[in-house]
Design a protein around this ligand. Sequence first.
Ligand code: RIB
Ligand code: CA
Length: 307
Amino acid sequence: MRNFIIDTDTASDDAVALVMALRQPDIDVKAITVVAGNVPLDMGLQNALYTVELCGADTPVYAGCAKPLLRELETAQDVHGRDGLGDIGLHLRGRAPADGHAADALRDVIRAHAGDITLVTLGPLTNVALALLREPELARRVSHCWIMGGIGSGHGNVTPTAEFNIWVDPEAAKIVYESGMKMTMVGWDISWKHATFDAEQAAEIRQIGTPLAEFVIDIQATLTEFSMTENALPGFDLPDPITMAAAIDPSIAEYKDYRVDVTTGEGLARGITVVDVLGVSKRAPQMRVATSADRSAFVEMLKASVA
Ligand code: RIB
Ligand code: CA
């Protein structure tokens, strides 16, 4: 068994990543910590609790930060729906999270499983930054941190230069990127290149016919519309799930080590992940960056998780 802890801003792609981890037989998800991002914190919390229940799991879910470290919260409810799960009428209220703050849960789980804990981040890095600010030593205790965030190469999705998770809380991202953790960044470029689903590809998964198979597709209703009209994609894309797939089986992607810095400016200078491809900064690489991924291997893992 491998120990995972997952930090998420639970919207429609996050939920699929949670299903993949919770249904993976050799992974023990010790905790799920929720951060504000795609949707306000309480909505993300209810979405995570709903997804854990749907998977028949008893993983504790903790509430974390309700806004970025220094900036106002900017959600993506136009992308994933007001409730974050496609506004398809799911009953997303009234479930109780575990007691305690996400930053404490991150600290406690990482301490308890030092050297044998994989951290997967699927949203803005506010909770993780807070945990690291309080106890920098945690960085050495995390076996590997898989970050869905930033851009390995190419264009952004919030501005031409920035990806949502990093853009929402760039100060938090800078703290995490400079923390010394062993980290892999799976940028949004990997998602739009290797994790998009047109209507036919989505139907292929939905017709597996289980409640989970229908759930992971039906909640993409708003994301499908947004992706096709705003992101020039053939259907929805699944950045968090392909990141989770790589965390589960790193062999499905290829990587290069780079120095990657995060900008904390305003406008087009906000939340850029600057990948020093040629090493011109002469600073040692500190980030492993996914450069490609095997879509068919990812789809097979996704299908197996909802079968
Ligand atoms: O830019 C894509 C990322 O932002 C994904 O994690 C999505 O869920 C949103 O959080
Ligand atoms: Ca997310």
